[in-house]
Write a protein that binds this ligand. Structure first.
Ligand code: MF3
Ligand code: CO
Length: 263
């Protein structure tokens, strides 16, 4: 069952997602060769709590951390550790929180120092794929129109889309219906209408899309160990159109977060 959100609920979700966006932007400044991924984890968790939010991933189906840090061929669910980032790595950060009962979820891939041109292009393609996807997030379209647009764009760039992980509805829970695959034929799935809030999250690979899960039972890597990038935003369709809730707004909006525990 899809749970549609009221305009008021979407307003609170905006706040949850602004917290996620703010923390991801702060983490970006910490990315450099030599930093351990667990330092990013500790920072993200501390900042979330300072802002009155609770990390959403920790304990979710037993996931052991608040942040996912996925390096190079790691696609998603990389577990923060004492591993140090190195020049030329790429790292995907995926972060989610719950604030005043509403979930926020976003992910981004960053280069560590200077990276190869193909890594640069892979990162940019994941981000652009998201934007091709949300162009289809409009009333009257169906969910798989988003999926199709993402797949077509990514493949036109010579890359592949990961099949085993999907975007999702979000709000009262981290994962709600509907599922939003990053591949498929257009014209299928539920019809899109106002009140729908989705986490749209293309995950793409330089070469083959097949996935393997490492022995830690979490880290998903490409089977051929080719590079992978991830880009995710929580987006809402309101009566006034599309809104990217996890796109970082200016400081003024963030200021208003501080005083208001209840929206
Ligand atoms: N953004 C990812 C998702 O929506 C992160 C989930 S991480 C988990 O699936 F560890 F909590 F599973
Ligand atoms: Co998600």
């Amino acid at each position: 069952m899809i749970v549609y959100k009221s305009e008021e609920e979407i307003l609170v979700m905006k706040k949850s997602n602004q917290i996620v966006a703010k923390i991801l932007s702060e983490l970006k400044k910490m990315i450099r060769p030599g930093i351990q991924t667990k330092e990013l984890e500790q920072y993200a968790e501390k900042r979330a709590r300072e802002m009155g939010a609770v990390p959403a991933f920790k304990g979710y189906r037993g996931y052991p951390a608040s942040l996912c840090t996925s390096i190079n061929e790691e696609i998603v669910h990389g577990i923060p550790s004492s591993r140090k980032l190195r020049e030329r790595d790429i790292i995907s950060l995926d972060f989610g929180i719950v604030y005043n009962g509403f979930y926020g979820d976003a992910a981004v891939t960053y280069p560590v120092g200077e990276v190869d041109a193909h890594a640069e292009k892979l990162i940019l393609t994941a981000e652009k794929a998201f934007f091709h996807g949300i162009k289809q997030f409009k009333e009257g379209n169906r969910i798989s129109d988003i999926s199709y647009a993402i797949q077509m764009y990514v493949e036109s760039q010579g890359f592949s889309v990961i099949r085993s992980f999907v975007g999702h509805g979000i709000g009262f829970s981290l994962h709600e219906e509907p599922q939003v695959p990053n591949f498929g034929f257009p014209g299928h799935g539920p019809k899109i209408k106002p009140g729908l809030v989705l986490a749209i999250e293309p995950m793409i690979a330089l070469k083959d899309w097949r996935v393997e899960i490492l022995k830690d039972n979490w880290t998903a890597v490409t089977k051929d160990r080719s590079l992978s990038a991830h880009f995710e935003h929580t987006v809402a369709l309101t009566r006034n159109g599309l809104e990217i809730l996890s796109h970082l707004e200016d400081e003024e909006v963030l200021e208003s977060l501080k005083g208001s525990q209840h929206a």
